[in-house]
Ligand binder design. Sequence first.
Ligand code: NAP
Length: 282
Amino acid sequence: MSLPAPRRAVLIGTPIAHSLSPAMHNAAFAQLGIAASYGLRETDAAGLAAAVAALRAPEWFGANVTIPHKEAVIPLLDEIAPLAARAGAVNTIVMRGGRLRGENTDVGGFLWPLRLGGAQLDRWRVTLLGAGGAARGVAVGLLDAGVTQLTVVNRTVERAAALVAALDDARADILALDDPWLGGVLAASDLVINAIPTGLRDDDPLPLPAALLARLPDHALVYDLAYRQTVLLRAAAARGLATLDGLPMLVEQGALSFALWTGQEPPRPAMWAAAAAHRDAH
Ligand code: NAP
């Protein structure tokens, strides 16, 4: 009698060498005694179709998809979950019976620490810095959660305009990063989210000038999607504001992907410990 082949999952993207996902998912498989492994598949645009097609073989649970393929992968899949369609981005592929379904667990991952912390999103006004791939999922999650106002602020204002047009929601508007109105918007914000990938190095500039950070009300929460301490989070904490980094989001999007692949309750503490240990070691 032959044993079934171990199942597989993989991260598709580039650059991905420093990803925390293999440590996190392999810890989860080990914890639950699932014969499976999670690997990296460094993939450029030219290799994307082949990397996706390979997932149809029976041993695959599926894949995570990251920069720069979350949008480009959509036409390569057999079906798209409604949330992923609205977010315009797939970060998880689930293989069942040779068919590939695109899901988005970034949205649930993003909201999870806010819900855990008791955030009353349906009363909050929110400023979102950035209009890239992560920002669109964040915006969909915030509008679904009932925020009263969402201002998308971006260096390239046309990109923010395209994002807000796709959202098609009267609560969402746009502002350029250098617009003089930004101070007033921040003064009325309960939550600021940074989806601009800057601030990991001590000498990086703040995504918001310090004078603008000073306009935030004392109760405001500053949430940076980067899964490490950033210059923005340090400056906000120094001002006495509450802060949140992107590690809880990363772990929860992974936990939701794991549940979709395996049908099992994800072992979140083991996933958290593995992700944090891998982050701190690199
Ligand atoms: P992206 O698609 O490349 O978008 C980058 C955004 O940042 C764009 O709006 C871009 O503005 C802006 N930007 C980049 N450099 C800038 C600069 N020097 N000054 C001002 N604006 C700048 O990136 P993404 O995929 O959305 O990722 C954004 C961040 O979220 C990254 O830090 C990523 O690591 C993080 N993230 C975290 C998680 C998690 O699980 N914690 C998940 C996804 C993403 P322009 O339009 O003007 O170029």
